[in-house]
Design a protein around this ligand. Sequence first.
Ligand code: GLA
Length: 725
Amino acid sequence: MKKFLTSVLLCTTLLGAGTLRADNILLSTKNSSLLVTADKGKAPLFQYFGPSLASIDDVFNSGAAFNDPVYPQFGVQCSRETAIQATHNDGSMSLELVVESVSREQRDGGEVTAIATKDKYYPFYVTVYYKTYPDNDVIETWTEIRHLEKKPVTLYRFASAFLPVRRGDNWLTHFHGPWGAEAYLYEEPLTDGMRIIKDKDGVRNTHSSCPSFMITLDGRPDEQTGGVIGGTLAWSGNYRIAIDNDNTHTTRIFAGINEDQSQYVLEPKEVFTTPVFAFTYSNEGKGGVSRNFHRWARLHRISHGTAQRDILLNSWEGVSMKVNQEVMDQMMSDFSGLGGEMFVMDDGWFGDKYPRNDGSSSLGDWVVCKEKLPKGIEGLIASAKEKGLKFGIWIEPEMTNSRSELFEKHPDWVIQQPHREMYKGRGGTQLVLDLSNPEVQEFVYGVVDNLMTAHPEIAYIKWDANMSLFNYGSTYLPRDKQSHLYIEYHRGMEKVLERIRAKYPDLVMQACASGGGRINYGFMPYFDEFWTSDNTDAMQRIFIQWGVSNFFPAVAMASHVSVDVNYQTGRRTPLKLRFDVAMSGRMGMELQPAHMTDEDKAFARRAIADYKKIRPVVQQGDLYRLISPFDKSGYASLMYVTPEKERAAYFVYKMEQYHNMPTPAFKMAGLDPQKTYLVKELTVVGKPIPQDGKQFTGAFLMETGLDFTVGGEHASRVLELKEVK
Ligand code: GLA
């Protein structure tokens, strides 16, 4: 019996020699299939994930079926890595999960398939969920764990997902980097043994490895071609992604919360829900995987993902904490004159008993510093309005300093442990509030709620987090649940963010965490964007943004033009390069405009106007990465194309310059070969490229490309392409 399946979800078919009947569950996205066997009373089996299947029999007949447990558990099978390990109250460490039922339903724009399993002996239940969307190729998966045993069960492993990949010449693409150099790209063949990508910061989680990766199915990673699977864990806390190659025909991937120091005491009836792990397959190489994630993110995973972002000026690199009414007024006036749309006052505006003048005080005291801002926030909002700008403000609500009124009142609210002196962070005084504590959650919610209630015109909040979780311990959590802190911190945060979003759905929020410490999909449902890095050096941003763009769309990638000489690297770069790099993301500025020359201001005005022309293409278009800066060819280039392929924006950067250096023909991608495009150069300084104002077919631009000189080291070009009808 051979069944051809396109949209059939549940079907019965014959396995192997035709003696076993099995309920096979086929999940289909536009271009991929996932196949699971779920026989009642038997272990559910993961059979296949990859290109769309015409027939599920092909999987079984070809020997490609994995026949691996959907959610491998420790107990009977002991020698392999596991997704779950639980110790029952009678001391038994074993689980044996079998299918109870399978269901599916429509939920929030997608279809959710639930495979409910139960232990053969204990009243212990695990439901594995898969969610597919009709409009993209990303599948979300997560699990719910609960039990009805008489006493608590301790969970030692609780992955979000298990994903087997057929072994071949598999290469791993992943991203790693510290503060100021986030998301550096690493690619390596997957050799035998275990590869772990993890984080243990406690508060932020992308100043180390990023919880996202790609694996090629056969051969070296390429931007445009080849079968690639990508995965990303939607969690803002500690994570662990383990990729296990143990000499079988399968590479086994486990992704979830990092269980180290986090064993979880699960009470009877309590439901433990793991974070979502999202994954996708593309046969268009790494670029295809990125585009799948971007589309999914804009439509389903980022706050206001399809809304246009404003061009903003942030005060931080311009004046640091030296904010006051006059300076803010002047910055707003200048920025408004450049064509800006929003002004964001960064750190330094608050503190009554302890005015915030440096990093050593005031976090937690979220009242305006009257000395600096006698007219209060309302004075600033009035001034912004007058200048035709929206107004935004910086907060760091999860934190306090030991020099603050908040700490004096509530010393028990900070994360701490008995018998030890507290380790303190920034300014020698910073401490992290204990978000597992509902009183603290209320306080953190109140920081936003009070601001918004008093000043409903606040349009934007930059939410910062500048410390890791030190002094592990909670005065709120009971003795036997101290190990829940890493998890409860982030659950507490989610509760706060849910409430904020429910009450202030239109507020634009930026996730900042000492720069790019929170570029993860656990946070993004509540945030519109992230601060990509504290490093605003355009040259280094080309690398950082390239890395981040592998999983996150430009609409969420805050990218600001800052001052020359750059504060972080001391490098000098032309203003044009700084604009051209910022324009490939959500562009903004972060400098004191009063220090700009008239010539620079005139250029900035022009560049902002040019960005407005291509903003919808950059922020909502499909990304094609063309020449990688990591290939060290001396160039980097990328482009965005609208889904209808009638408009595009192309960027090329000259990374270095030496005598007799080869110049590539600048080829494009993602265009419609049949269409004719008019090429127009933007942000021109000096002479435009010879092709400016000329027309080319998409086929020519993609196959042959354009020959032009970018310029010397740190030069750049931005082109706008429009279909000629
Ligand atoms: C962090 C952020 C910066 C800035 C400062 C303010 O470092 O990443 O952008 O907001 O805090 O103190």
